[in-house]
Structure formats: C-alpha cells, structure tokens
Design a protein around this ligand. Structure first.
Ligand SMILES: C[S@@+](CC[C@H](N)C(=O)[O-])C[C@H]1O[C@@H](n2cnc3c(N)ncnc32)[C@H](O)[C@@H]1O
Ligand SMILES: [Zn+2]
Length: 361
C-alpha cells in the first residue's frame, strides 16, 4: 500500500463502525518495513491505529487489514498469513499429496487455482486460456455499460486475486482499491501489484498442480491498492467512491441486501455500481432467508431472483429498505467461466446491472 494511497483512501476504524461509534481515520503506528519505490513509500508491514478505540490494524505483505474483530479474522485467515512461500514446487506438491483433501492448504490451493485461472489464465505464459468469459472480458463488458469511462476513485468489492482492480484502473479509474477477506487471494493480488508478475497454482487433475505465471507490467500497478475488510463493514467514509465494482459477490455474502446497502453508502451521489451475479445461492454463504429469490416457487415470481432484485432496487419499494441504488442499465446472459481443472470449466450466465446512486436528501 503506497502512503499516498493510504492518505487518499482515508481508511476509518472498522471496529468503531461495527459498534456504532463515530469512526475516526486510522493513523500510522509502528512501521516495520517500508520499501522506497519510484511511486513513493510502499508500506509492506506495520500497524495502523484507531485514535479513538486504540485498536491496532496490521499491514501484512502490503495488505492493510481493517476488520472489526481481529480475533475472528485471525481464526479464519491466520493460516493463509502464516503460509510459507519458499518451498520448491516439488516439496510443495509432495506435502499437498500428504495433506490430502479438505484441509486449509487444500482449500486455499483449489480456490487460488480457480480464481487465478479466471483472472490471469488468459495471460498465462504457458497454455493460456481463451479470454472470453474471464475477468478482463467481464470488466470490459461491465464498464461498457457506463456512459463515460470510469474516473476518480473506485472500489472493487470482493476483488479476489486482483485482476479486476487493475483492469478498472486501465479503463481510466484514477485509483482502485480492491477489498476482500481472503488473505491468500489478497497476497497474490498484492504480489502482482508490487512485482508486475502474477503467480498461481493451476490445477491439472486431482492433487496435481502446475505453476501459473503471467506478467502484468503493462497494467497501471501504481494506481491500485488492496485492503482486507468485510464487505458488510467497509472501513470507508460515506460517499468515498466515484463508483464500485461488485462482480459475482452478491450470492457469496451473508447479507446480499446489506452488501447493496454498504455499496450505496460508500458511493458518492450520481456514482455507479457495476454488479454481476449468477444467483448461485448456497447456505454456506448466506442463510436462505437472506437470498433474493431462489426459494418459495409458489409465489408470484416462482422463486426467480431477477424480479426480487429489481423490486429491492426500485424507487417505490415500500419495505423500508433503502440501498440508495436504482437500476440504470441491465444485461443478461453475460458469460463467466471458472476453470476447475484441465478438463472441467463451469460456464455461468451472469445478470449484469449498472446501478445509479440516488442523490442524498
Ligand atoms: C465468487 S468470488 C468472486 C471474485 C471476483 N470478484 C471475481 O468475479 O472473480 C467472491 C469473492 O468475495 C469474497 N468475499 C466473500 N464474502 C466476503 C466478505 N464478507 N467480505 C469481503 N470479501 C468477501 C471472497 O473471498 C471471494 O474472493
Ligand atoms: Zn476505533
């Protein structure tokens, strides 16, 4: 995280926000590693502090961790933070076989493979995947719905391994902050930002993975930053962003309505939210009561999700939920491809929407 980006983003204390107190901006505490780069000071490891509640928020491998409850974060993300990256591919593969299926290393490797392929597979140095339906293609389709190219500071909500943030910056955004909770993915995103080389494991078959590598030096790496935060409690002030990207996240969060509300909160008046979703609801992500459609097929919409989302975002929706967002444009059947292994690719059809932030009263 560049010092200039940290200052520009003005991160606020997520702990104060979560507990309903006024949330002050985080200030620099002890810095352990700072790299000097042509773009300025790059904060690699250190601490940010809340001047009100005094909670400490770490910077790890260049990623600012701004979560309300650091103990709960450590329980779920500690393994990824402590994972070593100095083992040879042979030793790592041998240990992967020994550890077998289902553990945290296995899950991390599978997820990194799936999202690494989706984000960087089209640029892979060896055996590149077709670009159609991968992340750069999806960002291009999403930004094409805007009346003008993106400008100002944007948020990439649920950024995963970071290609979307870089593509959004390449499309014109002045600065893009990618936010995710998954430290394994964020460390890869941050590595690509800092070095200009993206790496990821590519699953061939079973527990067999090949190293994936792609260069991204041609993308505007000096205009992206990555933050580990919960999309439900974003560490940003109201109206901080000119726009936000939320690709394939709506069905992955505990509260889809809460996610839309947070996006509406942080986007400035007349700003845009570019959102896509396959409505692939699952109870391990959100309880069924939280889904938009996907249940109650005896009702008016026969369980369909699209009319539920449209109802929620319509200006005259009378259920007391105001996300501050309305639909400005829609596209359906947008392809999204997730490659699981060398012989298997999941092909989703996305519902893509451009939402407009209604002016605050
Ligand atoms: C299906 S993936 C989509 C990733 C990326 N936008 C894409 O389209 O390739 C969903 C992402 O949302 C992240 N995510 C899920 N719940 C989150 C939360 N509450 N806060 C932050 N990120 C979250 C996951 O870690 C994951 O990277
Ligand atoms: Zn605080």
């Amino acid at each position: 995280m560049l010092t200039s980006h940290l200052e520009r983003l003005g991160l606020v204390c997520p702990s104060c926000r979560a507990y309903g107190r006024p949330a002050p901006r985080l200030v620099r505490g002890t810095m352990i590693q700072i790299d000097a780069t042509p773009a300025g000071e790059d904060l690699i490891e250190g601490v940010l502090v809340c001047p009100a509640c005094m909670r400490e928020h770490p910077i790890l491998d260049g990623v600012v961790v701004a979560v309300a409850n650091i103990a709960s974060w450590a329980e779920h993300q500690g393994d990824a933070v402590l994972r070593r990256h100095d083992l040879s591919p042979i030793t790592e593969s041998m240990l992967g076989d020994a550890l077998g299926r289902g553990g945290s290393f296995d899950k991390e490797r599978h997820d990194l493979s799936t999202y690494g392929q989706a984000h960087w597979g089209d640029r892979a140095e060896r055996d590149p995947l077709p670009a159609a339906g991968r992340m750069a293609d999806l960002v291009a389709t999403a930004t094409a719905t805007l009346p003008a190219p993106p400008a100002g500071v944007w948020l990439d909500a649920g950024c995963s391994v970071g290609r979307g943030a870089l593509e959004l910056a390449a499309a014109g955004a002045e600065l893009v902050v990618g936010v995710d909770l998954n430290m394994a993915m964020l460390r890869r995103a941050e590595q690509a930002r800092r070095t200009g080389v993206a790496t990821w494991p590519r699953r061939r078959v079973g527990q067999v993975f090949d190293p994936g590598r792609a260069t991204c030096d041609d993308l505007p790496r000096d205009r992206v930053a990555f933050v580990c935060a919960d999309l439900g409690v974003l560490p940003f002030e109201d109206a901080s962003f000119a726009g936000a990207l939320s690709l394939n996240v709506l069905d992955c969060v505990p509260s889809p309505v809460g996610h839309l509300g947070e996006l509406g909160r942080v986007v400035a008046d007349a700003g845009a939210v570019l959102m896509s979703t396959p409505y692939d609801w699952a109870t391990n992500a959100s309880a069924m009561e939280q889904w938009l459609g996907g249940h109650s097929q005896r009702g008016d919409h026969r369980g369909a999700s699209e009319p539920e989302l449209r109802r929620l975002l319509s200006a005259d929706f009378a259920a007391g939920i105001d996300t501050g967002l309305t639909i400005a444009a829609e596209r359906d059947d947008v392809p999204w491809l997730l490659t699981l292994n060398a012989r298997s690719t999941m092909h989703y059809r996305l519902h893509l929407l451009r939402l407009a932030r209604t002016p605050r009263g």
